[in-house]
Design a protein around this ligand. Structure first.
Ligand SMILES: *Cc1c(COP(=O)(O)O)cnc(C)c1O
Length: 471
């Protein structure tokens, strides 16, 4: 029997009502939020695809674990469970709990980084780069050139460019290289996976130069799924076995457990080197907490230990990736330009292509973000010139290379019918494509403007806007 519908491999035990609203109400709310959905109240959002970070639904077993969490300051039973789970997965001896991923990054990169040091990565995530640069070290991204072509179906667009990697090490001087950071999957690069082959080659380079390999393993389970299904040699491996092989190649690992550990808060730093672990532990105690809780409650650690197991269950992981892939494929079939292949945790829309009549300085990505909210109550985020654009001296926009909109899918939160609803909303987006108009920034902060910038619809388009019911 062939199953066509992707069914969630879980039943729902607790529900959280969604406050439904009309297009008319959403138009008003959007105006009041100055066309920046970051400024909306979450209660006014029907489907929240802003991020997959910390938004997972926990299982009944995890909630059960919360009840038996041991809140002792030292030697907590829940810490022992978390430590065992992380040690078992990573194979590393020294495990430091932290309140989230960036805390682990701050501890590690302020210990091994600093002025004159260089980190090289397939792509540094924003907080990774920020923590490295904050200590005045340099962060260099070397994504594979295959990642540039958004419409090719190259299976491992998360890979690092190996030729450039060797060149960069020689250019910068091997003694200045503090580490090679492999982000799996590559979050900033579209949730694209890294192949085992690429990781093995990186390991070889690390060995020949004696440089540590650091794994940013937020989505290591999702990456393992892609390795199993796209790299022949690994077809018969269990997902967890593949993840363990990835860790085996690494000297250190950082995790934001708000992603693949299926919890709402938490993280860790795992290390093989005792001396480095001691230095990092000193920092941990000063800023996060004692070694047996870091920044976490006992109940958080309990849930994390359980989540790290659940995420590798084939029924869960198959459904997770297939459901994301289904959304991407349906949009692609409708003619919505998306980044291919579909990544693990999100679908990325090419808004520059979708709204080819809207110039980049009228922010086509932000326009799509607003349309999705207006037509469907769906909240997403622009990853384009609002987020990364800069200005020339005469205030002319230097646009970002891409105008993308990210639909990040929270884990175990929305059902297949929610996904169908999102697809239907895109059908409406396409119908209204031609009459959709641009935006202009009226107020913005100096840094990270995407969070708080305010926009207005372009005045010369008011008439069209009225006619199409936009304003
Ligand atoms: C989320 C994330 C981080 C930072 O983790 P936080 O828990 O948000 O501090 C680091 N790296 C990657 C790849 C991430 O996705």
């Amino acid at each position: 029997m062939r199953h066509k519908t992707i069914i969630e491999p879980f039943r729902i035990k607790t529900v959280e009502p969604i406050k439904m609203n009309s297009e008319e109400e959403r138009c008003r709310l959007l105006r009041e939020a100055h066309y920046n959905p970051f400024l909306l109240n979450s209660d006014d959002v029907i489907i929240d695809f802003l991020t997959d970070s910390g938004t997972s639904a926990m299982s009944a077993e995890q909630w059960g674990g919360m009840q038996i969490g041991d809140e002792s300051y030292a030697g907590s039973r829940s810490w022992k469970r978390m430590e065992k789970a992380v040690r078992n997965l990573t194979g590393m001896d020294y495990i430091l709990p932290t309140h989230q991923g960036r805390a682990a990054e701050r501890i590690l990169y302020s210990t091994i980084g600093g002025p004159g040091k260089v980190f090289v990565s397939n792509t540094h995530f924003d907080t990774t780069r920020a923590n490295i640069e904050f200590r005045e070290a340099e962060a260099i991204d070397l994504p594979t050139p295959f990642a540039k072509d958004m419409s090719s179906d190259y299976p491992f667009k998360g890979n690092i460019d190996l030729d450039q990697l060797s060149k960069t090490i020689d250019e910068k001087g091997v003694d200045n290289i503090a580490g090679i950071i492999m982000t799996v999957t590559n979050n900033s690069g579209g949730g694209q996976p890294v192949s085992m082959e690429n990781l093995k080659q990186v390991r070889k380079i690390c060995d020949s130069y004696n440089i540590p390999l650091i794994l940013d393993c937020c989505r290591v389970a999702e990456n393992s799924y892609f390795i199993k299904h796209r790299e022949k040699e690994y077809n018969d491996y269990a997902y967890e076995e593949i993840a363990k092989k990835i860790f085996e190649l690494s000297d250190a690992a950082i995790m934001s457990s708000k992603k693949d550990a299926l919890v709402n808060m938490g993280g860790f730093l795992a290390l093989r080197n005792m001396k480095l672990a001691q230095e990092c532990t000193n920092l941990l105690i000063i800023t996060e907490g004692f070694t047996t809780y870091g920044g976490l409650s006992g109940r958080d650690m309990e849930a994390l230990a359980i989540g790290l197991k659940e995420v590798f269950e084939p029924a869960y992981l198959d459904y997770r990736i297939k459901s994301t892939e289904y959304l991407g494929r349906k949009l692609h079939e409708l003619g919505v330009p998306i980044m291919l292949p579909v990544g693990g945790h999100a679908v990325y829309i090419d808004a520059k292509k979708l709204y080819s009549h809207i110039p980049v300085f009228e922010y086509p990505g932000q326009v799509l973000v607003c349309e999705l909210y207006k037509l469907g109550g769906i909240r997403t985020v622009e990853i384009g010139s609002v987020m990364f654009g800069k200005y020339e001296d005469d205030h002319k926009l230097i646009p970002a290379p891409y105008e993308l909109v990210r639909l990040a899918i929270p884990r175990r939160v929305y059902t297949q019918s929610h996904i169908e609803y999102v697809i239907e909303t895109f059908e409406e987006i396409l119908r209204r494509r031609k009459e959709t108009i641009g935006l202009r920034i009226i107020e913005e902060p100096k840094f990270l403007r995407h969070f708080t910038a305010k926009f207005e619809r372009l005045p010369y388009n008011n008439k069209i806007a009225e006619e199409s019911g936009l304003e």
